[in-house]
Design a protein around this ligand. Structure first.
Ligand code: DX5
Ligand code: ZN
Length: 237
């Protein structure tokens, strides 16, 4: 049974994406965070669901053994996810997120993840409406709203995706669902306040963290800014 992570949005979680780290020095990059991060975001790309390749289950095995205390947040950009989830679940991620566009059996897949004691997450591409996942919102602990088209780091943020966050906040309140709302792609200092004030609980940051000289310092600064924005309260759009 994986450990239970608090789903109460008592603030904002920062999840650096290691896709932006130097692949020849991954542990050096993670250590340069100096433990400032809340979660570690791990992007798995299959060259099919997205036009890029990244890592396999072996990386998760190494991350789990090297960083046993870290919250591992695995973002599966693979199709079909049902062919891969067991090989990742074996290494006990905390969160395992699949794309609703990658399988006709999203309900079954989310149930399989939960049955293995891992927090299930569901993700939406920019072109996918929130209504597509309405019937599985009661099954998930995380909803990942992509703010770029998945497949690469360093892309520009798509502001129109923020309206989905507002919709999800309303659907969460109406359904009394426990899920956290995560946003991923093109996030950094310039849009952090906007994203947090729209209702995002977990902010993924790749290039805006690992392209800086001191990633640990960067994350500490982002956390401070995020907390300030969070304390302002939600912005009505
Ligand atoms: C893209 C990935 C993201 C990406 C974020 O498909 O899912 O997690 O690594 O990188 P930035 O923050 O540079 O957009
Ligand atoms: Zn991601």
């Amino acid at each position: 049974m994986a450990r239970s992570i608090s789903l109460a949005s008592e603030g904002v979680y920062i999840a650096p994406s290691i896709l932006a780290a130097d692949p020849l020095n991954m542990s050096g990059a993670i250590d340069s965070l100096e433990g400032s991060h809340d979660w570690l975001h791990v992007d798995i790309m299959d060259g099919h669901f997205v036009p890029n390749l990244s890592y396999g289950p072996a990386l998760l095995r190494s991350l789990r053994s090297r960083y046993p205390e870290d919250v591992l947040d695995v973002h599966l950009m693979v199709e079909p996810p049902e062919s891969f989830i067991d090989s990742f679940l074996e290494h006990k991620p905390d969160f395992l997120t699949v794309h609703c566009e990658a399988t006709p059996h999203i309900h079954r897949v989310l149930g399989q993840i939960r049955a293995r004691g891992v927090h299930p997450g569901v993700s939406l591409n920019p072109g996918t409406s929130v209504s597509v996942i309405e019937s599985v919102l009661s099954m998930v602990d995380l909803v990942l709203v992509m703010s770029v088209n998945p497949g690469f780091g360093g892309q520009a943020f798509i502001p129109e995706t923020l309206s989905k966050v507002v919709d999800l906040c309303r659907m969460r309140a109406v359904g009394a669902h426990p899920f956290l709302i995560q946003m991923d792609g093109g996030l950094g200092r310039s849009n952090l306040e906007l994203v947090v004030r729209s209702g995002v609980d977990v902010v993924v940051m790749g290039s805006s963290v690992f392209s800086t000289p001191c990633p640990g310092e960067t994350v500490r600064t982002m956390k401070k800014l995020a907390l300030e924005a969070f304390s302002y309260g939600k912005k009505t759009f």
